[in-house]
Write a protein that binds this ligand. Structure first.
Ligand SMILES: Cc1cc2nc3c(=O)[nH]c(=O)nc-3n(C[C@H](O)[C@H](O)[C@H](O)COP(=O)(O)OP(=O)(O)OC[C@H]3O[C@@H](n4cnc5c(N)ncnc54)[C@H](O)[C@@H]3O)c2cc1C
Length: 441
């Protein structure tokens, strides 16, 4: 009898694993606790604004190759949009200065030598110390490796690393910061083009995956929360969903793609990150200003990024824990006054919504990074996925999608070789197709 791969969690890591396995002809069942798919990356209808919004503005970069592959497999590339070049307009709300960072294509950073393209107030040699992050030891914080004062830090490194790590950068893991810089800025403009899901995260990243699974007759069970894993010493035997249980066949496999706090509730001996950081998003029902860029960075302000969508302007504050208890209307007013000052939109507060995700990502400190497990577990038929597993990246869409693909590769690898490589390297395992092409399958 053909085996079934049970995927627990329909966030991006679970869906990425499901898509990979479905396309390899596996029978997949996705079990999701809530009544919607997407997890921390979802769209929903907001009754106050009367429109569909995302739980948070999500920015991708064209160099997020696993995410690009994922949308490619789904035929949804066109649903991620952005400027044709790697350009990032900024406004400094204190000095009122405006500039656009323009990262040239190719690996030689000519932009650093061009005062019209680099950050105003900086010199080419200011950028050199950034390279130290590329070789940083895993136990180092950004603040221990590079100086975190001055225009380069305030106007480029802080906005970039705060968005990528979701923690005050000086305390963030230098190795994770280095990984982000290596895959984006160092790779040149082709890898730094900003991309957003203009019509919502759901239509770009979630619904196409659900459609593919449906077309291939693979089930996505919503409202199906895993309560317990029952296991022998070496393998998981039964999945307990409360009202029903699933007894696993000899070849059946499980991918646990839930948040870390759920994973430890199901497997108490599992070590995972334990600290988290919030992200605060505000959404305003208003047409963006004429010529307002799709993404605008603000410095010397509470608001960090302003996104322009059709009929809506939305903002992001990363590491937003300090605003978790701020009265919502006060927060909306503060943010809107900054948006109005930066864009020229009218100062009157439009209809608004504030979305605060308390545990948006694990805290990307060196200490928490060291707690991230790999995909293998002590059970031969259970693998882990999730942005909090050890992907070498901070908690991002790219990391989540990579982790799902990595778990899918391990499942496939077990099927072909009859055993699972427990010493899984950081590097991605080749897909079945890649191994067939190279003749090693
Ligand atoms: C506000 C916000 C803004 C962000 N901005 C960006 C950004 O700009 N760029 C970027 O790259 N990343 C961003 N991220 C991070 C990105 O959203 C996450 O990295 C990614 O969505 C994580 O996916 P995941 O599958 O690992 O986890 P999750 O999305 O948490 O998925 C886990 C799923 O498991 C389900 N589940 C939990 N328990 C059970 C159970 N017992 N049984 C069955 N199902 C269960 C959950 O309901 C959930 O659907 C942002 C996150 C937030 C919250």
């Amino acid at each position: 009898m053909a085996r079934t791969v049970h995927i627990i969690g329909a966030g991006l890591s679970g869906l990425s694993a499901a898509v990979e396995l479905t396309l390899r002809g596996e029978t997949v069942v996705v079990h999701e606790a809530t009544t919607f798919a997407g997890g921390r990356c979802r769209s929903y209808r907001d009754s106050i604004l009367g429109m569909t919004i995302d739980n948070g503005n999500h920015l991708l970069l064209s160099g997020n190759h696993a995410a690009m592959r994922y949308v490619g497999l789904l035929g949804a590339q066109h649903r991620l949009v952005g400027p044709p070049k790697a350009e990032f307009p900024f406004v400094d709300l204190a000095s009122k200065e405006q500039w656009t960072l323009r990262i040239n294509d190719g690996r030689i950073p000519w932009w650093v030598f061009n005062s019209g393209k680099r950050v105003p107030g900086t010199h080419a040699f200011d950028y050199l110390p950034m390279a130290r992050l590329l070789w940083a030891e895993k136990d180092r914080a950004v603040g221990e490796v590079v100086r975190f004062t001055g225009p380069l830090y305030e106007r480029l490194m802080r906005p970039l690393l705060l968005a990528a790590l979701n923690i005050e950068p000086s305390a963030g893991s230098a190795a994770l910061a280095g990984a982000v810089i290596r895959e984006t800025i160092v790779a040149g403009g082709e890898a730094c083009r900003p991309l957003v899901a203009r019509d919502g995260l759901g239509s770009a990243l979630i619904e196409p995956a659900l459609e593919l699974l449906h077309k291939r007759n693979n089930a996505v069970k919503l409202g199906h929360q895993l309560h317990r894993l029952r296991a022998s010493d070496t393998r998981v035997e039964t999945l307990d969903f409360g009202d029903d249980t699933v007894a696993l066949g000899a070849d059946d496999v499980v991918i646990l793609a839930v948040p870390p706090y759920t994973a430890t509730a199901l497997m108490p001996d599992l070590q995972t990150p334990t600290e988290f950081r919030a992200i605060v998003n505000a959404h305003f029902r208003i047409e963006p200003a004429p010529y307002q860029p799709a993404i605008l960075g603000l410095v010397n302000s509470t608001t960090e990024w302003v996104f322009a969508f059709p009929g809506r302007v939305a903002t992001t504050i990363s590491a937003g824990d300090r605003f978790i208890d701020t009265p919502r209307d006060a927060l909306a007013r503060t943010i809107w006054s900054e948006v109005a000052a930066a864009t020229g939109l009218p100062p009157e507060l439009p209809p608004w919504q504030i979305v605060r995700e308390r545990r948006a990502t694990f805290a990307a400190t060196p200490e928490q990074d060291a707690l991230r497990p790999g995909p293998n577990t002590r059970f031969t038929n259970l693998f882990l996925a999730g942005d909090w597993t050890n992907t070498g990246l901070p908690a991002t869409i790219e990391g989540a999608i990579r982790s799902g693909r990595r778990a899918a590769d391990l499942v496939a690898q077990g099927a072909f070789s009859g055993k699972v490589d427990t010493d899984f390297p950081q590097k991605m395992q080749p897909t079945k197709e890649a191994r067939m092409r190279s003749g090693s399958a």
